[in-house]
Design a protein around this ligand. Structure first.
Ligand code: ASP
Ligand code: MG
Length: 416
């Protein structure tokens, strides 16, 4: 067994490595942690905007592109930043080298452009740490498939790379440096009283991440929860402060929690209703099977009470997928798999949700939410709940108002 210092994983997002100056700045943060006694694994994103540019080049060259070549091209932005940061650290006399995914190797499934991490054998990097290397700068977002091709992990995948490394190397913590200084009770652009949270539970973060608080890739939070990786989200633009940011952690570490921790929203939703569907066993499968095959991300589902063997089925999906959903339903109708009278799409809706682990032990939260919306004259079109979340679909024009009044009513501007 090779000896090494405690390990810290530091991930820098695209805006934190957008220019050579910013790479230098990020490198100083890394140097500080090296001085603090850590061996550091740095995970880098591509420079801001680079991945979009690369995706554009691929699409322009080949509209029906080969996903393996897409990954070969799109993964390259991270190679540049990894090499540049290693060079910058070397300039600071810190023993560092870059690693591309395949060199580690970060092994993934063969699902190109959306690969999942299968294994990260730590031996090679640990051996280098034992030889005196202090920083491994790893290109995020990329890996190698079972048949030796380069893969990528889906947009935002560097977060997942970072958490997976932290788990594989049993790192003390995984610091995610980004352009916001933490996770907020809601979007500060909508509610100026939004407050930065010191701590948030994995489960809450998962709800917020999948609800569109685009701070962390959802998959990275799932991984962190599974392996209990302590995650910290913080800004690379602020002065160094060991207490900075938001800690995403196990529920047990949060001593006291309010019923509601945050208000999330998703602006571009659509509500689709299949009117008068024959109600029989297997009908839901006959509807949602084809929708899922067509790549429609169905979120909320409501089946109405049926009358004389017929019912209405309502579901929500991203507004950009309405045409796809309509086509899939039309096809299913023509094939005789389902039978409905009409399909009505309401494309002017948004989803607003309140999230909090405290909901498990406190009652009356849903009633309070509905009351707040009622007082603002906001009509609720669909409601869904989970143990720690209540979501409503409302007219899009009321979205900001709903977020603000819920933030107010649950006093989220106040700590603890
Ligand atoms: N550069 C990749 C992207 O923009 C991966 C990442 O930054 O997380 O999706
Ligand atoms: Mg990101």
């Amino acid at each position: 067994m090779s000896w090494h210092m405690p390990i810290l994983v530091m991930k820098f997002g695209g805006t934190s490595v957008a220019t050579l100056d910013r790479i230098a700045r990020a490198s100083k943060r890394v140097a500080r942690e090296v001085a603090n006694g850590y061996d550091v694994i740095v995970i880098v994103s591509a420079m801001a905007g680079k991945t979009n540019e690369l995706v554009g080049w691929v699409e322009e060259t080949s509209p029906m592109y080969d996903a393996r070549e897409y990954d070969a091209v799109v993964s390259s932005g991270e190679n540049v930043t990894a090499g540049l940061m290693a060079l910058r650290l070397q300039e600071m006399d810190i023993p560092a080298r870059s690693w591309q995914g395949w060199q580690v190797p970060l092994m993934t499934t063969g699902v190109h452009s959306a690969a999942r991490i299968v294994d990260i054998p730590p031996a090679k990097i640990l051996a280098k740490f034992a030889e005196g290397m202090r920083v491994a700068v790893v290109a995020g977002f990329q890996g190698i498939s079972p048949d030796g091709r380069i893969t990528t992990l889906g947009r935002g995948g560097s977060d997942t790379t970072a958490v997976a490394f932290a788990a594989a190397f049993e790192a003390e913590r995984c610091d995610i440096y980004t352009d916001v200084d933490g996770v907020y009770t809601t979007d500060p652009r909508i509610e100026d009283k939004a407050r930065k949270l010191d701590k948030i539970a994995f489960e809450e973060m998962l709800e917020l991440a999948s609800l569109g608080a685009k701070v962390l890739q959802t998959r990275s939070v799932e991984l962190a929860m599974r392996y209990k990786v302590k995650l910290r989200v913080l800004s690379s633009f602020e002065e160094y402060d060991p207490e900075a940011g938001t800690l995403v952690c196990d529920e047990e570490e949060i001593v006291e929690s309010k019923a509601v921790s945050g208000v999330a929203y998703s602006r571009d939703e659509a509500k689709m209703t299949l009117i008068s569907v024959a109600d029989r066993p297997g009908i839901a499968a006959a509807i949602f099977g084809p929708l899922s095959e067509a790549g429609v991300n169905v979120d909320m589902i409501v089946q109405n009470i049926s009358e004389e063997g017929r019912t209405d089925m309502t579901f929500s999906c991203p507004v950009g997928q309405v045409a796809r959903a309509e086509k899939a339903m039309q096809k299913a109708k023509e094939s005789g798999a389902i039978n409905y009278h009409d399909l009505v799409a309401d494309t002017d809706v948004a989803k607003v949700s309140i999230v909090g682990i405290g909901m498990r032990s406190q009652t009356g939260i849903a009633a309070k939410m509905f009351d707040v919306l009622a007082r603002e004259g906001i009509n609720i079109k669909v409601i869904t709940t989970s143990e720690i979340k209540i979501s409503v679909l409302i007219d899009r024009k009321y979205m900001e108002l709903a977020v603000q009044s819920l933030h107010d009513a649950f006093e989220l501007e106040k700590a603890g």
